[in-house]
Ligand binder design. Structure first.
Ligand code: TYM
Length: 340
């Protein structure tokens, strides 16, 4: 059941449209890894975290529609369902089953340290769902089930993966086994945390009430361009070196987006714009974003014309995932004394 070589596993929640932060922080890496990892004989598995989406209010109709739309977005962005295993958690019940087993390994003190729970629950902790609190344990199950070696994520998920490593290590120790592989988080160096276009102290996120704060992968060319042109900046010119951007969070964020979209380093991009103002930089960024994101949106629109084909992709991926998951779940049940 242990993978002989690299196995990349990662997930995304179907809580709304994917945005530029999801794309640059996660999905772009997933697509690149599909080629690199498979060239080395490894495997890539990507899933829609529909069970995680239940942890905060969402209507059944939205959850159903978003699951199809997010899957189609991944395919439009370059995830090839014939080469990567693409599925949704619900169709692989072993995720939930392993999560329950791991609930008895994870400690309350560990979960109390999770910053995302504190952020998402806000002041109304008593009113948060138990699922929101337990969310990181399901996430641990998601990756441990497949003995993932690497998990490409944005910076905001790193703490959850460190918890997954702690859970794996404690399980292995408590039950005197080497069943679980400790997964390595892979945080994109180019775009670890893309920030809101309206407030560079907040990350770009699906839950921000301001549409202007994020670029969605469904936005039209005009909307993409408009959001970048209206992005918050400062009146200063762009400097010659990245160090001189310290204290200019908005400028840094737009530069990071430009660099990540064009596969260049921020220093390299600055070499073209040093001494120029945002009046020159923003339209160039808008054009670049339209050139990179427009084709993904057009392909997404085409794919959404046939939702049953998207559903079939998820079912086919889930059948493969179920086969890979079954031996690990069974070994965990045996190790814990649930099965002879
Ligand atoms: P989610 O759905 O919030 O985000 C999906 C991926 O996008 C990354 N991301 C960002 N990266 C850079 N800048 C941003 N502003 C930004 N916003 C989001 C996230 O870090 C993530 O990689 N809990 C996960 C889903 C999940 C999962 C897993 C991930 C469930 N099980 C197992 C990895 C392994 C989540 O809510 O991601």
């Amino acid at each position: 059941m242990r993978p002989k070589s690299t196995r990349v596993v990662s997930g995304i929640q179907p809580t709304g449209n994917l945005h530029l932060g999801n794309y640059l922080g996660a999905v772009k890496q997933w697509v690149a890894m599909q080629d690199d990892i498979q060239a080395g004989g490894g495997e890539t598995m990507y899933f829609i975290a529909d069970l995680h989406a239940l942890t905060q209010p969402i209507t059944p109709a939205d959850l159903r529609a978003n699951t199809i739309e997010v899957t189609a977005t991944l395919v439009a962005a370059g995830i090839d369902p014939d080469r990567s295993i693409l599925f949704n958690q619900t169709r692989v019940p072993a995720h939930s089953e392993l999560a329950w087993l791991l609930n008895n390994v994870a400690r309350v003190g560990w979960l109390n340290r999770m910053t995302q729970f504190k952020d998402k629950a806000g002041k109304n902790r008593e009113g948060a769902s138990v699922g929101l609190y337990d969310y990181p344990v399901l996430m641990a199950a998601d990756v441990l089930l497949y003995n993932a070696t690497h998990v490409p994520v944005g910076d905001d998920q790193k703490q959850h993966l460190e918890l997954a490593r702690d859970i794996a290590a404690k399980f292995n120790l408590d039950y005197q086994t080497d069943l679980f592989t400790l997964p390595e988080p892979l945080v994109s160096t180019a775009a670890p945390r893309i920030m809101s276009l309206r407030d560079a102290n907040a990350k770009m996120s699906k839950s921000n009430p301001s549409e202007q704060s994020r670029v969605n992968l469904t936005d039209s060319d005009d909307v993409i361009a408009d959001k970048f042109k209206k992005a918050k900046t400062d009146p200063d010119l762009l400097p010659a070196s990245v160090d001189e951007l310290d204290g200019r969070a908005e400028a840094k964020n737009l530069l990071a987006i430009f660099a990540a979209l064009s596969d260049r380093t921020p220093a390299d991009v600055l070499a073209d714009y040093a001494g120029k103002g945002f009046g020159a930089f923003k339209p160039a960024l808008a054009d670049l974003a339209v050139a990179k994101l427009g084709p993904i949106r057009n392909e997404l629109t085409r794919l959404l014309a046939d939702p049953s084909a998207i559903d079939a992709i998820l079912e086919k991926g889930a059948a493969r995932a179920r086969d890979l998951a079954a031996p690990t779940l069974q070994a965990a049940q045996e190790a814990m004394g649930l099965l002879a």
